[in-house]
Design a protein around this ligand. Sequence first.
Ligand code: NAD
Length: 346
Amino acid sequence: MSIHHSIPREKLGVALVGLGEYSSGQLGPALKATAYCSLTAVVSGSEEKRKKWQDEYQLKSENLYSYADFDRIKDNTDIDIVYIVLPNSMHAEYTIRAARAGKHVICEKPLATTVEDGKRMIEACNEAGVRLSVGYRLHFDLFHQELMRLGRGRTLGKVRRIIADDSMAIGEKDQWRVKGSLAGGGPLMNNGIYCVQAAQYITGQLPVAVNASFLPKTDPEKFKDVEEGIQWEMEFVDGTVAICESSYARDGNFLRAEADDGWFELSPAYEYSGLKGRASTGEMIFPEVNQQALQMDDFAICIKNNKTSRVSGEMGLRDLIILKAIYKSASGGRKEPLDLDAFAQP
Ligand code: NAD
C-alpha cells in the first residue's frame, strides 16, 4: 500500500451533481471554506463545464462524470457524499441512484415533486444504509438560529402570529422553474418552502391545517404551467397562525413573529448573506456566516458520528406533504387538515 493510501482522508469527499447557478455561485465556493468535506468530483452533462470545474477545483480526470456514467461512482472511494443540485423533478432519480451506489446524499430543496418520490428516496437511503439530508441552509444561519431560540424558548412570550413572504420577480419564461414537469409547482415550491420551514422552526410545532388561495395571474403566458403567486395560512394546534405569501411577480423577503410580550423579524430574511434582524428589544447583531459551508460540514460531522442530520430527508418529506396540502387547499377552495403525527416535532 502506498503512503498516500495509508493516510486516512480527514475530509469527506463531495460530488456535486448539476453544475448550474447554485453549484457555481454558492456550493462550489462554499466547498473551499469547509473544514470536514471538500469537492472531489462533479457530475454534469457538459464536458466544457466538467473541464472548467476540474481546472478550478483541481479534480482528478477520473472524477468527472456524465449523467450516463454516474452510477460508476460506486467504485470511487474519493466520493462519500453526493449533492443533488438538479431541477426538482430530477432529485428523486439521482438521489436513489446515489444511494444505490452506497453514497450519502444531500438533496436540494424541495426534496422532490411528489410525496411518492420523497418516500422512495428515503426508502432507498434506508435500504442502502446511507444518510439523507436536504439543503435547508437557513438552519445554519445565526439569525435564523436566533429566531428558533426566541420562538421556541418563548423569550418574548408565546408566538401568536407569524408573517412570512418569500417572493422573487422571475425573469426568462423558458427556465425550468416555470415548467410544471421540472419544478413541480411555482413560487411555493421554490420560495414559499422557506416560509413553511420558518413557521415550524419558530413555533417548534407542526401545522394541523392549511388554508390557501392562488393569486391572480398577471402573466398567464409565462405562468401557464405553475402558479404565479399564492397565499396561505398555516394553523397550529394551540391557535398560532402563520400568514404567508409567495410570488414570482415581485420581490419579497420578510419574516416576522408576533409574541405576547414583543416581536422579532428579519428583512431580508432568506438571502445567503446580508440578513438584517430586529426585535422589540433592539437590533439583532450577528456575524455573517457561510450558510452552505456550515450546512455541508454539519452533514459530514453527522456521517462521521453516525447521527441523523437536523435537516433530514424526513423533514423534506414532511414539508412536501405540507406544500401539497397548500396546493390542494388553493385548488379546492377549502381548508385542508394535516396529519403529521408520523413526523418528529420540529
Ligand atoms: P440551474 O438551472 O442554474 O441549474 C440546474 C442544472 O441542472 C444546470 O446545470 C442544468 O444543466 C442541469 N440540468 C440537467 N438536466 C436538466 C433539465 N432537464 N432541465 C434543466 N436543467 C437541467 O438551477 P439552480 O438554481 O442551480 O437550482 C438547482 C436546484 O438547487 C433546485 O432544486 C433548486 O431548488 C435548488 N436551489 C437551492 C437554493 C438554496 O438556497 N438552497 C438556491 C438555488 C437553487
